[in-house]
Design a protein around this ligand. Sequence first.
Ligand code: C2E
Ligand code: MG
Ligand code: MG
Length: 257
Amino acid sequence: MKGLSKVERNFKEALKNRDFHVWYQPQIDMRTGSPRGGEALVRWQRGDGALIPPDRFVPALEKVGLMPFLDEEVVRLVCKDVCEAKQRGFLFGPVSVNLSRLHAGREGSSDRIRKVTAYYGIQPGELSFEITETAEKEKDETGLMEFAGQLQKEGYRIAMDDYGTGNSTLKLLQEIRFDILKLDRHFVSRIGEPRADIILASTIDMAGRLGMEVVAEGVETEEQIRFLVENQCYLGQGYYYSRPLTKEQYIRWRGQI
Ligand code: C2E
Ligand code: MG
Ligand code: MG
């Protein structure tokens, strides 16, 4: 592996050793408290057992263009988990999977996703995809439109992740028919402040009028839940309900009535 950077070497090694794992954060219907599925979140388990959160390696992998390879591994792991849970007779999905914006304009991304979902017999309603706003340099909107369109043609729902934090999100909303809008936790954490309340209430209203479902991230308090439900945002995830869980913990949670 001569000529590779340290990041690339470590990444290839970790892929080979199957050091990446997927945890699942529950998503809840905040009106009733009932389970609605989960978001897949990647974790890197180092050789010494330490679990590294994505904020510590996603930006570096994005920078060198490797994040789409990790996303493909995550899609594979999620499809495998969904398939195995079904075989064991457990409820699991729908699961939303994060995809870097670097997939836009990249050859073959949607084909590889199609192949792996077909291999594991995944139905479109069992998976959705969240397009993250993290890739600084990638602003290929045409490529992103095509990529999102290809997945939507397969029947998958597409979410705009971290809404409100990127610098071209309104423009993207104009161009791409996202099915789901995920309100960034920065705004949710400011509920109760007059300006934040106006921004959130208008955003939820706008999303509804554009035919999108809204999911609130980072829900931590009852006051936030009350505000969100009153303003017609019904789906939420956050530490108030649950932190991300291992697959087996998630299966136990998902199965509750
Ligand atoms: P995200 O997609 O916005 O995921 C939500 C993040 O917020 C998760 O952090 C989750 O643990 C955290 N979170 C959830 N509820 C709360 C809460 O109530 N309070 C607070 N303070 N935080 C909460 P995590 O797992 O560290 O992931 C960070 C980011 O890394 C993700 O943000 C996503 O952008 C990226 N990421 C994770 N997995 C993948 C992946 O497989 N592919 C790609 N491309 N990006 C990923
Ligand atoms: Mg996400
Ligand atoms: Mg997010």
